[in-house]
Design a protein around this ligand. Structure first.
Ligand SMILES: [Zn+2]
Length: 198
């Protein structure tokens, strides 16, 4: 096992053994997160840290590129989203891309030398238009995946019933800031320049 990883586990135990940053009885009783978040597996994306979220607050899904596979294909993503939306009844679903995303770069680059499994995975997304900058490619992918998320039957039903909101976001890995898609302006705007709406 990786030494630094093991030392990190030990440090956490030393620091929090008698004072866990969660209520053991409460977490044993269950969870009631308000948010399901699909983001990239990228190690530079650290949602709990950069959203000041605690234990039980974010129901997380991660994969390379924050892609949403087609409905009915038995994907882990659809299964997890059904758990979040229909069982846990989350109120918000977030697709969060990030700057400098390798998956988005692969999506928009030359795929010919990629592993066939990766080529198939990239079919869950769409290339951005010719000449799109890397940040614009990331935003394009987020909007593609938001649209695909809305095609999942559980999400479609929850939207129809008015119990779910779907959001597209981008995490900027250098600054630790987020943008969110603003449908009114058709652009991504910085989250920390908006007043929280809820
Ligand atoms: Zn990524």
């Amino acid at each position: 096992m990786h030494e630094e990883f093991l030392r990190g586990i030990a440090r956490f135990r030393e620091q929090y053994a008698d004072n866990l940053p969660w209520d053991p009885e409460a977490v044993a009783r269950g969870q009631s997160p308000k948010i399901v978040m699909l983001t990239c597996s990228d190690s530079r994306v650290v949602p709990h840290l950069t959203t000041s979220s605690g234990v039980g607050q974010l129901f997380m899904l991660r994969n390379a590129g924050n892609f949403v596979p087609r409905p009915g294909t038995g994907s882990s993503e659809e299964a997890s989203i059904i758990c979040a939306v229909d069982i846990l009844r989350v109120e918000h679903a977030i697709v969060c891309g990030h700057t400098h995303c390798y998956a988005v770069a692969a999506l928009n680059g030359d795929r010919s030398k990629l592993d066939p499994a990766l080529i198939r995975w990239l079919e869950n997304a769409e290339r951005a238009g010719a000449g799109a900058s890397p940040p614009a490619q990331v935003e394009h992918n987020v909007l593609t995946q938001v649209a695909r998320l809305k095609q999942l039957p559980c999400v479609r039903n929850a939207l129809t019933e008015g119990r779910l909101q779907v959001h597209g976001m981008v995490y900027d890995i250098e600054s630790g800031r987020f943008t969110v898609y603003d449908a009114a302006s058709g652009t991504f705007v910085w989250v920390d320049e908006r007043k929280p709406s809820k």
